[in-house]
Design a protein around this ligand. Structure first.
Ligand code: ATP
Length: 273
């Protein structure tokens, strides 16, 4: 184990559930139809998100990825069908596209990360509990955001803001995390590190991690399973990289190159499916 991995494993120690069963369903979509104003955007979606699974959501701009996320989170109502949280107490957390956060907020990165600990009325005394302060420090460390923690959020680069949002998400200790293009503003090294961190969240803590990503090679390299969303052909394809990249709807959008290059089956031994 590399030093970084060891530190990361240590950082998670406090919050690792005593036992978790990889592959246990967290959330299902049952004939879920998404859209705005009762107008269907895609055909009915049937899928499962499982504990320990790293899911990449891919698709062209405007295909409905964010709309699906927002529907899962209850921010917009489904047109029809259902979303079933297997455990109704399950916590979920969401990192929107960076542009959705008000960059003028006069707060420091550490304070923004601490929002991940807010529960009920706790916003009145956000730093009062040591357990919360410790969890925020560990989350900042895990997200690679410790060095920028004292800095005003609005002065950070876009990639540093994304790290801060990742820290906030880790601090929530949610079971299901949804991230909308979390690496869009990052350089290649930071993107790879972030994807590795998200994989570790899935594997070591048994989270369900769902990430919208536009870099298809990054998606194929890290994800256990991919969801491809396409409005033009009304497709919602679920499978490993080979299955998705070789699907006719995908090839129509992205050509044949990815199908030829895609690895067969899961990229790593994974019993989470
Ligand atoms: N509030 C809204 N009311 C009506 N239509 C909307 C609303 N928000 C988004 N849309 C439309 O829904 C469609 C899907 O948008 P969505 O943001 O889900 O796409 P996306 O796949 O996340 O795109 P991107 O990759 O560019 O982020 C787009 O045509 C968009 O214009």
């Amino acid at each position: 184990m590399k030093t970084g991995d060891a530190q990361e494993a240590q950082a998670f120690e406090h919050s690792v559930p005593a036992t978790f069963t990889p592959g246990e369903p967290l959330l299902t979509c049952d004939k879920l139809v998404i859209g705005y104003n009762d107008k269907a955007m895609l055909p009915p979606i049937d899928m499962v998100i499982r504990r320990g699974q790293f899911v990449a959501v891919v698709g062209r701009n405007g295909s409905g990825k964010s709309t699906w996320f927002k529907t899962l989170l209850g921010m917009i109502p489904p047109v029809s069908g259902g979303i079933n949280r297997v455990n109704p107490e399950m916590r979920s957390a969401y990192v929107p596209q960076t542009s959705a956060i008000d960059s003028l907020l006069p707060i420091r990165a550490r304070e923004l990360a601490s929002w991940g600990r807010l529960r009920g009325w706790s916003f009145l005394w956000p730093f009062s509990r040591k357990v919360d302060r410790d969890a925020v420090e560990k989350a900042l460390d895990t997200a690679g955001a410790k060095a920028i923690a004292p800095r005003p959020y609005r002065e950070l680069s876009e990639g540093q803001k994304q790290r801060t949002l990742l820290a906030r998400l880790i601090a929530t200790e949610a079971d299901l995390v949804l991230l909308d293009e979390p690496t869009a503003a990052m350089d290649a090294v930071a993107e790879r590190e972030t994807m590795q961190r998200l994989c570790a969240l899935a594997r070591k803590r048994g989270l369900g991690v769902v990430v919208v990503v536009h870099d298809l090679e990054v998606a194929a390299e890290h994800a256990d399973i991919l969801f491809f969303v396409d409005r033009e052909t009304s497709a919602f394809v679920v499978g490993d990289a080979k299955t998705v990249f070789c699907h006719p709807a995908f090839r129509r959008q992205y050509g044949d190159e990815y199908c030829h290059k895609a690895p067969e089956g899961p990229h790593r031994g994974n019993d989470a499916r």
